[in-house]
Structures are given as structure tokens and as C-alpha cells.
Design a protein around this ligand. Structure first.
Ligand code: FES
Length: 372
């Protein structure tokens, strides 16, 4: 609400006919603003003025360049997971730091540019106004907008300072684009382009093309036999293929339950166990932490990240915490030498859910089992 009741508030038609300067003056009068000091920072066109303009333009250009760098890195930098010691691991490892540095640097440079603009380019002024409360009427809002435009005009932002205007557009546009790229970026790569071999479906547990099944091994590659586990114990195992121990979606918990223990078998997963042995993905279905705090007495498995609990005796369904899906079960059997092997890959998505989780896209006709 305007503080100065003595000022005549113009009608909407009168407002339209007023110049920007007149509306700015009106706004100050209506708000009871007293201008104690006012003046440009530097003489227009003077060396000091040009230096200030270059400094501000530098920050906006830097912000724009960093925004462009962020977009390029976000889209084209190699982001696919690469194991340690494999070629390309450094490039992969740099992906997250680089997008953080470029986007953070862009926001920082833009902020410094705005502060520098206010301190070095915008006219210097000291205005005094009594505080008032409540929502401002239309005339107040229009006059405030006019004041801002008027200050920009007087600072020569639009007419005189082409470099500054261009750099500001680049920085603002780049920053705006950088904000939407992470959303749009997810649509660039089709996760189904490899169809049955899509990394969303396939883990290193998938049998080889010639049908060779993958052995369950310890971290050092030693294959695992039923006699390696005591009743009631659990062991973390990995696929016995090159790189299997380092694959992010491959770690599995192998349980040997007591033979008198009742276990819920989920629909479609009958026969996935081998006797008293059950194997489940170790990757939490919430956001993918390793789940491995096993409480033998209760059959609960706890995820340390957000305290989700899965019940081994209830088909590894979640019974507490934010996870909503059970841990996927790996079908087990023994090979000719008596070692555990995976009969096929998982038949459910490992780790956090994704968009077609639990079912195939409508256009996808090949059953997953045929690929395993
Ligand atoms: S990642 Fe396991 S509870 Fe969040």
C-alpha cells in the first residue's frame, strides 16, 4: 500500500500515457521515498566506466561459458560406469566433479556479476522510505517496474552497453538452459536401444552365449560349494566372470537357512532356491546401497543407508523403511563339479526401480527369460 496519501493515484489509462521516467517519479512519490543522494558511478564513457563495464561483462561471460561447458559435459562426456583399472576410468570418474564444478562456477560467476553490476554500473543512490505493510496496488507495482527500467536506462544498460547486455543475455540464457538440461538429458539416450541386452536388464549373471552358466565366487574368484556355508549363515558372492567382482549390479547374498525354517516363495520364483540355499541381490531397491547387515535370529537384512529392512523368511520383501520392492532373487543350481551357478540372470530389476520396472514396455515382445 502506498505510504503517501497526498499523491493522486492515476487511472490505468493515465498510467499508460505516462513515460517510464514519470512513472518512476510517481512511484517514489507514492511510496514516500525521499532521494537523499543520486548520481552515476562514473562519467559515462570515461576509462573508469569502461573498466567497470569490462569487469561486469567478464563475470557474465564466464558464467555463460561455464553454462555452455556444463551442458556439453552433461550430454557428451563419457558417463557410463567403468571399473577401476579399466581404460577410461579416469574420464568416467571426472564426470560428476566436472558437472558440479561447471554448474556451481556458473551460478557463482553469475552472482558475482550481478553484485558487480549493482556496485559498479547502476547509479549510486541513497533513498529513505518509511516501512509499510500489505500488498501494493497495481499503480505501485507498475511504478516500481518503471523505476527499475528507468535506473537501467540511466545506467545505459540497454542502449549504450552492448557488451554488457550480450554477456548478461549469455549468462542468464546459459544458466536457464543449464537448469533444464538435467531434466531433458534423461531423454537423450534410449535405454532400450540394445533391447534384450539393455544394461537395465542384464547383469554379469547372464549365462554366456554358448549357455555356460556363471559360477558364484568369493571376492578372490574362488568358486562356492554348498559345504562352504554353515546353516544360518550368509556369504557375499560375485559372478565368476572377468570384472564380476567389481560390477555395480552383481553382488549377491547367498544364504543357507536352517532346514526347519519356513520361507515364503514369491510367485513366479518357485525353484529359484537350491535346497536350503537362497541367493538375493545385495543392491538395495531403494537407492542402491549394499544391503548386508544380516540378523540371523530374525532373518532381517538391514540397509545401512536409510534403514530399510528386508525379511529373508518373507521372500526378502521390505518390512521397514523406504524401500518398496523385494530384493531380486537369483535362480540357483549346481554345475557338474558341485559348485553353485546362476541358472539365469535376475528376472527382476536390480537396485532402485526404473520406469518400466517389474514389467516390459508395451512394445517389447521378447520375454526376458529368453535372454537369460
Ligand atoms: S538405499 Fe537402502 S534404504 Fe535407502
Amino acid at each position: 500500500m502506498s505510504a503517501n496519501k497526498n499523491v493522486q493515484i492515476p487511472s490505468d489509462d493515465e498510467l499508460k500515457k505516462m513515460s517510464v521516467e514519470e512513472r518512476a517519479a510517481l512511484g517514489m512519490a507514492m511510496d514516500g521515498v525521499e532521494l537523499a543522494e543520486w548520481g552515476p558511478r562514473y562519467v559515462a564513457g570515461s576509462p573508469a566506466d569502461k573498466r567497470a563495464e569490462r569487469q561486469v561483462a567478464f563475470w557474465f561471460l564466464l558464467a555463460g561459458a561455464l553454462a555452455v561447458a556444463f551442458i556439453v559435459i552433461f550430454i557428451w562426456w563419457p558417463w557410463q560406469f567403468v571399473n577401476y583399472d579399466d581404460p577410461g576410468q579416469l574420464m568416467y570418474a571426472l564426470y560428476t566433479p566436472l558437472i558440479g564444478l561447471t554448474l556451481g562456477g556458473c551460478i557463482l560467476a553469475f552472482g558475482i556479476g550481478v553484485v558487480a553490476l549493482a556496485k559498479k554500473i547502476m547509479p549510486h543512490e541513497v533513498a529513505i522510505q518509511q516501512r509499510h505493510q500489505g500488498m501494493s496496488p497495481e499503480a505501485d507495482r507498475q511504478s516500481l517496474a518503471a523505476e527499475l527500467v528507468d535506473v537501467g536506462d540511466k545506467a545505459g544498460l540497454v542502449k549504450r552497453r552492448g557488451v554488457l547486455k550480450g554477456s548478461l543475455v549469455l549468462a542468464g540464457g546459459g544458466l536457464g538452459l543449464a537448469a533444464v538440461v538435467p531434466v531433458l538429458g534423461g531423454f537423450i539416450k534410449n535405454p532400450w536401444a540394445e533391447r534384450a541386452d539393455s544394461p537395465l536388464w542384464v547383469t554379469p549373471w547372464k549365462p554366456a552365449a554358448d549357455g555356460t552358466r556363471v559360477r558364484l565366487t568369493q571376492i578372490d574368484g574362488t568358486p562356492v560349494r554348498p559345504t562352504d556355508l554353515e546353516a544360518g549363515s550368509m556369504a557375499t558372492v560375485f559372478p565368476g566372470v572377468p570384472g564380476g567382482a567389481k560390477a555395480s549390479d552383481a553382488a549377491v547374498m547367498l544364504f543357507r537357512v536352517r532346514s526347519d525354517q519356513q520361507i515364503l516363495i514369491r510367485d513366479g520364483q518357485q525353484g529359484f532356491q537350491f535346497g536350503d540355499y537362497y541367493a538375493y541381490s545385495k543392491i538395495c531397491t531403494h537407492v542402491g546401497c549394499p544391503v548386508s547387515l544380516y540378523e540371523q535370529q530374525t532373518g532381517r537384512v538391514l540397509c545401512p543407508c536409510h534403514q530399510s529392512q528386508f525379511d529373508l523368511y518373507a521372500g526378502m520383501n521390505p518390512v521397514f523403511g523406504p524401500a518398496t520392492r523385494p530384493l531380486p532373487q537369483l535362480p540357483l543350481e549346481l554345475d557338474d563339479e558341485g559348485y553353485f551357478v546362476a541358472r539365469s540372470d535376475f528376472v527382476e530389476a536390480v537396485g532402485p526401480g526404473f520406469w518400466e520396472n517389474g514389467k516390459f514396455p508395451a512394445w517389447y515382445e521378447e520375454p526376458k527369460e529368453a535372454t537369460g
